[in-house]
Design a protein around this ligand. Sequence first.
Ligand SMILES: [Zn+2]
Ligand SMILES: [Zn+2]
Length: 243
Amino acid sequence: MWGLVEHFMNALFPPLCRVCRCGLTPPFDASRVCDACLRKIRLLQPPYCPTCGRPVATDALSPRLKTCEGCPPTKIYFDMARAWLEYGGVTADLIKLLKFRYKKDILPMLVDFLLRAYEDQYKEISFDLIMPVPLHWMRLRYREFNQSELLATALGGTVGVDVELEALCRIRRTPPQAQQSRDKRYSNVRGAFDVVVPEAVHGKSILMVDDVYTTGTTVNECARVLKLAGASRVYILTIARAL
Ligand SMILES: [Zn+2]
Ligand SMILES: [Zn+2]
C-alpha cells in the first residue's frame, strides 16, 4: 500500500536532486543525487605522496621522497593518510549534507567512497581498531551527531574491524579548522585531544576515519597522542582530500 502511495507521490511531485535541485527520474536510490552530479565527482589520481596521499607528479616521486607540500608542516605522527575523492564541488556538497544538514540517508554513499579507498589502499594492512576523530561534547550536543563517528562505525561494521569510540577524547574546544590559516591550525589543535583509555590503544594498529583531510593537522594531533599512549601504528582514511 505504502509503495503505491509513494509511487503516486513521486509521480505528482518528482523528488529533486539533493545537490542541484533538478527533478529526478526513477529509478533513484535513497541518497537522491542525479547522474549529472555524480559524474562531477572527481577521484584522486595516483601516484600519491606516500605519507599524506596527495596526488603528486610522477617525476616528483623518488625513493627518497616521503613527504610533499600537502603533508602537515610539522613532525608527522601518522604512518599514512589516504582519501578517495578530491574535495570541492559536488563532493563538498555531499559531505556538508551529512555534516551540517543532518541528511543521514546520504551516509551509505559516503561510506561506499571510504570503502573504495580502503580496498584500494589499505587492503593489505591489518587493523586492530577503527576510530573516529572525536568532537568536543559541547559541539556534539549542538550538532547532535559526530559525522566521523557515523562513518567509522559503518566502515568497521562493513570490513569487520572493531570500532573504538571511548579511548580518544577532545578535551578542549577549538574554533572550526576551516576558518583558520595553515599555521594557526597547528597551534589551534595542539593539546585538544587526550587518550583517556590508554590500555585500549596500547600496541594497536589504528585506522582513524574522518570526512575530509585538509592540512592534516587535526589527524596528526590525534596520531601524536595515540602514539604517546603506545599505539603501534596510526593510519588515516578520509572520504575526500583538499588539494
Ligand atoms: Zn544533481
Ligand atoms: Zn604529502
